[in-house]
Design a binder for this molecule. Sequence first.
Ligand code: ACM
Ligand code: ZN
Length: 744
Amino acid sequence: MTRIKVFLLITVFTLSLVQSPAFAQTSNTFDFVPQPAWVQYGNEHPLIGSFTLDKNVKIVGGDPFNVQYLQEHLHRVLDYSGDSWNPCSPGSIEFVRTKSFPEEGYAIEVAGRRILITSTTRAGEFYAIQTLLQMLPPQVYRKVSGPDAMLIRQWEIPALTIVDQPRFAWRGSMFDVSRTFFDKEYILRHLDWLAYHKINKFHWHLTDDNGWRVEIKKYPKLTSVGAWRGYGEALQPSFNSGKERYGGFYTQEDLKEIVAYAADRGIEIIPEVDLPGHSKALAVSYPEVVCRHEADVTSVQGEVHNVLCVGREKNYVMLENIIKELAAIFPSKYFHVGVEEVATESWKHCPDCQALMKKLGYTDEKQLLGYFTERMEKILAKYGKTLEGWEDIVVGENLSRNDLVLVWHRQDMLQKALDAGFPVVTQNCDYLYFDMKQTPAERGHSWASIIDVEKVYSFDPMQGLELKPGEEWKVKGLQGGLWTELLYFPAHFSEYQLFPRLCALAEVGWSPQELRNYADFDARMARTHFERMWNMGIQFRIPAPEVDRNGQVRCPYPNMVVRYTFDGSEPTISSPVVTGPVVTDHPENLRFATFFGDVKSMTVCVPGAQKYLTPAVHVETSLEANSRYPVENLEQYENDKYMRTARAPQKGDYVLFTFDEPLECHRITVQTADPKNNFYGITDGHVEVLFADSDRFGWNGGQDRFDMYNRVSFCPNRPVKAVKIVVDGPGEGKPVSIQHLIIE
Ligand code: ACM
Ligand code: ZN
């Protein structure tokens, strides 16, 4: 066994953020995120100096909500107890409205005893407050009162002037609550986080194949049936929701509360009801809405019968009733009706759809997509709404060019939508799909790209476009997209996927292109913004430490620490910090993670130290294998070789790994699911072991059920003859993938 020393290459100072340090220092410059358009420190009159904020500060003018919001945040940091501080000349924050600012623009002037905030709209005023909060200690974001609160008597803000406005009018975040359900409280916190980053659109993906999430009073089965999945439910388990009943929905009262909460914070919520594909949850609730045929047409996601029948006139009545209820709740001008990844093949087999095609003289089912979209446009118009849809709506020749196209492919598709005459928003999958992995080893998808924060930051929505002069406004802006297939586990993974990538997006959307500089952004994040997010309660992503083959460890940021364990367990907040040389005979058991307070990176090992065994094994199964992914693949210990079944597993199915010789090892990990996308694992099953000194399969303790990564890991205490995966139920009712054993 190699004997290595583990030591830290860079100096790390430990800043314990759980017990946050007392703060009293004044910054001379501020780490704004997003960077304002124009900031000038100092004052032309040298005698007019910094502003002293204390509990006597007077707030003059201002929108009532904005003032209350500001006060509530000030209360989190200012000490209101004890004697008056400087009662003679209290400072003031004065809000003034003038006509001269662009929508959402504002100016802040800090000089002597006054902070003057000017804007034209209440949104501009709100963003000025966001900028002002970033001049205060990061604890201003911390929702703590009482003894734990960190209170200051005064805080100095240097003289400065800021004149600011956003680059793009549309700075959004799309969030899918169908695949994974997030409750009202989570959505409200999420909206807070968006507002802190000057994000002004929340595109709420409310329905999809895997769950209908909004109460519709006229169609109660949409939520009594369509909001739930599990054994015995109309919707099968999916995306690791397991065999228990899983789901949830928002009542109309919840929706109204959320909409109002967002509006107060300058955020417009655009609801999306994904039609006419992605409609399995609707179809299981009211089966008459899908086409009349038995053909096995599957969508990209492998769903059958998830396409609404466009030839069934009663569907439009139902959709109008749904839209009528939702249009009354969501004040947004736009209403998103989906229109993407529709298995139009379904319409080929349906007598009603075919009859409609004949009547309209259509020759291609794709034309029906245009027809459907145009029908939806007319229904929406009755309720004062403008249609928004994914890029596929561009096929609708007769659509109004006021409709908004949300492009999820690349810039050429954005150009195509612009050329067709539509205004556009980009959610470019190469840069803005936050369900993509951030590095190859992390959880997430990778079909579009690996997207780290720097890649998000590098994006410019205008890149590669050819626009006529004066038509730049047609690119309204951008939004990040978080699809939630892989977010059910682990806890807080949505936050890990969103932040800090959303901080980068915020700056792309807000700051002038010529001011953008990734190194500068990263430095602002490191110095201050991570700490702000920690106070916001976000479990954001921080990079893992870099560990090389010699055990040299590099902490990614100076105000973070690397913690480690010796025994192969996950480092925790109480694990020791790497501060100097560590000597070990078992580098394979070292685990490292970066910590910022209690926020933890993914865990890494010493590369190459892991010794994997590849003993000769014979694998047999009761499950028929897909011929491209045969069971013999599992005998080869190659990561891209796995087995895929040709049918869904049933109770009693098994996969049996028998070793040629009794196997002595430290740990065996049984992995199921597709290694590329983490889908299609065994969710209802367990693992049994046959020891060399026994004649019966059994279990010797530990975890034998599949975890949320569709995996079982155990440490056998004596030689092993065989390992068996035993299926206990149909799980998600789809074919599954099995990977080779990992033996340490
Ligand atoms: C999408 O990713 N299907 C819009
Ligand atoms: Zn049909």
